[in-house]
Design a protein around this ligand. Structure first.
Ligand code: G3H
Ligand code: 13P
Ligand code: ZN
Length: 360
């Protein structure tokens, strides 16, 4: 069995300088495709389920599916992570169903659309970290609000995301506040805001430093060299996938995502977890469209799902290779959550605050 905590996996990634894609899942086909890709290149895996995914799949189905994937691929360390938990109860119930890590997104209030203030965020994230660490599970917090630096709007996708206009202060995580936040909450990983947003429509042009502020990642890493950083909204929305989707009847206006080379730059500056959902959806949906268009009499769902899984497998394999995740699964000896809990209690996993210049 190889169910790993996010903290152990990201500690390994930091020691060896790689990043780990965190792919969102909702169903068996996605789970299988991701694990097949990981097994093919010996990569450890983060699968994450949103509250929407849990509602769609059901916690029992999701938990048993992950059990099955773990049994099928015992050689692959597998972290099951809650994406964008909105309150203590969503985090606690996830852990009960076998999640080894949760995100407490206190950048938004429990309605998942109202931007929260700093004190609210610290308070709820600290409480979730305390609870999760008792049982050895890991916690990701978020400081700053995801949204576009082009138009100042938050993003609303499937009922999640800030409503209305956001200030630059909200859209760009403040490095000094990040130090205070990590110290106060004891999170294992920190999601930051620097101009990315969820979904396909992130940028209206190929992003430069004005609208994708990678400098913020570098500044935060300089102040928090031992903290694992997380990039949300990190789909690249590859042009070939947009073209394929549109070639088979889709209507996706031209858009730009986060270029893979910018993510790789982030990985050189402390980014360890890279959230990807849209690209997986687009890869599968483009494959569905192709079958629907080219084989108009087809009605066997497997004939749609099989090529969609192939497309997803290829995408995941690319990201494992590009982020340096490949080749690391076999190097990890999984520490059980009970031992992680003991280490938290002993204070051995407290965040180490310090700057790169101080450390040097
Ligand atoms: O957080 C955003 C992810 O893309 C999850 O989306 O809530 O539709 O599953 P979802
Ligand atoms: P994308 O929409 O860019 O794939 O981002 C997914 C994400 O951040 C999930 O938390
Ligand atoms: Zn996200």
């Amino acid at each position: 069995m190889a169910r790993i905590s996010l903290r152990q996996l990201l500690d390994h990634a930091a020691e060896r300088g790689y990043g780990v894609p965190a792919f969102n899942i909702n169903n068996m086909e996605q789970g299988l495709a991701i694990m097949e890709a990981a097994a093919a290149c010996d990569a450890p895996v983060i699968m994450q389920a949103s509250r929407g995914a849990r509602a769609y799949t059901g916690d029992i189905m999701l938990a048993k599916m992950i059990d099955a994937l773990e049994e099928m691929y015992p050689q692959i360390p597998l972290c099951l992570h809650l994406d964008h938990g909105n309150e203590e109860s969503s985090c606690a119930t996830a852990i009960r169903y076998g999640f080894t890590s949760v995100m407490m997104d206190g950048s938004l209030k429990a309605d998942a659309r109202t931007a929260a203030d700093y004190d609210y965020n610290v308070d709820i994230t600290r409480r979730v970290a305390e609870m999760a660490h008792w049982i050895g599970a890991s916690v990701e917090g978020e400081l700053g609000v995801l949204g576009s630096l082009e138009h100042g709007g938050g993003e609303q996708e499937d009922g999640h995301g800030a409503e209305g206009q956001l200030s630059q202060d909200q859209l760009l995580t403040d490095p000094d506040q990040a130090v205070d936040f990590v110290r106060a909450t004891k999170v294992d990983a920190l999601a930051i805001a620097m101009g990315t947003s969820h979904g396909a429509y992130k940028f209206t042009r190929r992003p430069d430093g004005e609208i994708l502020a990678m400098r913020v990642v570098e500044e935060i890493h300089a102040r928090l060299p031992n903290t694992h950083l997380v990039m949300h909204g990190s789909s690249s929305v590859p042009q070939p996938l947009q073209d394929m989707f549109n070639a088979f009847g889709g209507e996706m206006p031209q858009t730009w995502g986060v270029p893979v080379e910018e993510i790789v730059r982030g990985i050189r500056h402390g980014v360890r977890k890279v959230n990807i959902d849209t690209d997986c959806r687009l890869a599968m949906a483009a494959a569905f469209r192709k079958v629907a268009t080219q084989s108009r009499s087809e009605f066997d769902p497997r004939k749609f799902l099989k090529p969609a899984m192939d497309a997803l497998r290829e995408l995941c394999r690319d990201r494992f290779e590009q982020f340096g995740t490949a080749g690391n699964a076999g190097k990890i000896k999984v520490v059980p959550l009970s031992e992680m809990a003991r280490r938290y209690r002993a204070g051995a996993l407290d965040p180490q605050i310090g700057s790169i210049t101080q450390a040097a």
